[in-house]
Design a protein around this ligand. Structure first.
Ligand SMILES: [Zn+2]
Length: 310
């Protein structure tokens, strides 16, 4: 188990714990005032309901040294279909969980109410906090998660927007992509079939990670790379416009594994948006490229956001 501790003893006051459940590891942070991470811990993820609950309780206990009395809030971010009101989670495919009362079971073991969010929402809030310094970025913030799948998390003045059924920001399954690939959801042409991390890996299998290599080769004018990058970046442009023109965010954060490509990705997206702006005065007036930010790579945004989502 990896534990980092910047402060050995807690000095009264109130703390928040955030736990990020991933497909391969489970990570926790202890947050003090001003959203400062003062401790973190990480363990490999195991499969099955009991192991998942055990692991969440283990990492949470580590960061507060088994003393939950000073913990005012405990939040968990997880893949799967999350009911953020009840704390129930269905279908965490990578961890072999089909149905789990995650929030109530963790609360029972820790004595602290445990709030559960989907992992994209948690990362959205965590990234908005990390970019905001001591407070979460104000106003409307959109976080685009180019992970295995494609989804957005929407934050309004530090509060997550869930919608009526928790589906706000599920832009990956909007079926507007012109190549009309079949999506596992049953539709054809979902944005996720072209511009998620998994899709880019499928479209450009010659390198892992795919995106940096794809951009490099397209810059060298390799014909196949130019075609594939064009397809991917157009879908990203559509995704950004759909989110931007729906909620008009002041900041659009690029996150998920694909965003680790960094500045080269921002550059190709900016070029695509500028190309569109040249055809549309309205779009030009929005100046979307100026709103783009990369999610910070040096901070555990999923765990931080889980702590703040409570
Ligand atoms: Zn779909």
């Amino acid at each position: 188990m990896a534990i980092q501790s910047q402060e050995s003893e807690l000095h009264g006051g109130s703390y928040r714990i955030g736990v990020d459940v991933g497909g391969t590891k489970i990570e926790a942070v202890l947050l003090a005032e001003g959203n400062r991470v003062i401790r973190s811990a990480r363990i490999p993820a195991r499969h099955g309901n009991e192991a998942v609950i055990d692991d969440i309780v283990t990492v949470a206990s580590r960061v507060c040294e088994d003393d939950f009395t000073q913990v005012e809030a405990l939040g968990i971010g997880t893949p799967g279909q999350v009911n953020h009101v009840s704390g129930h989670v269905d279908n965490i495919v990578n961890l072999e969980v089909t149905s789990l009362d995650m929030g109530p079971l963790v609360a029972e073991r820790t004595g602290v109410h445990a709030h559960v969010e989907n992992d994209v929402n948690a990362a959205a809030l965590g990234a908005a906090a990390a970019l905001g310094g001591s407070s979460v970025l104000p106003g409307t913030v959109a976080f685009l998660n180019f992970g295995t799948g494609l989804a957005a998390g929407l934050v309004q003045d530090g509060v997550l927007l869930h919608g009526a059924s928790g589906a706000a920001g599920e832009v990956g399954h909007i079926p507007v992509e012109p190549h009309r690939f079949k999506c596992p959801c049953g539709q054809y042409g979902c944005l996720e079939t072209v511009c998620s991390g998994a899709s880019v890996a499928r479209l450009w299998p010659s390198a892992n990670p795919a995106m940096p290599d794809l951009i490099r080769r397209a810059k060298r004018r390799e014909a196949k790379a130019v075609d594939v990058l064009d397809m991917v970046v157009r879908a990203i442009g559509d995704t950004i416009q759909i989110v931007a023109q729906s909620v008009d965010p002041a900041v659009i954060i690029l996150g998920g594994g694909m965003a680790k490509t960094g500045e080269p990705l921002v550059q190709v997206i900016t070029a695509e948006l500028r190309r569109r702006e040249a055809q549309c005065r309205f779009l030009e007036s929005l100046d979307l490229p100026s709103r783009l930010r990369l999610a910070p790579l040096d901070q555990p945004v999923g765990a931080i956001g889980a702590a703040l989502a409570v």
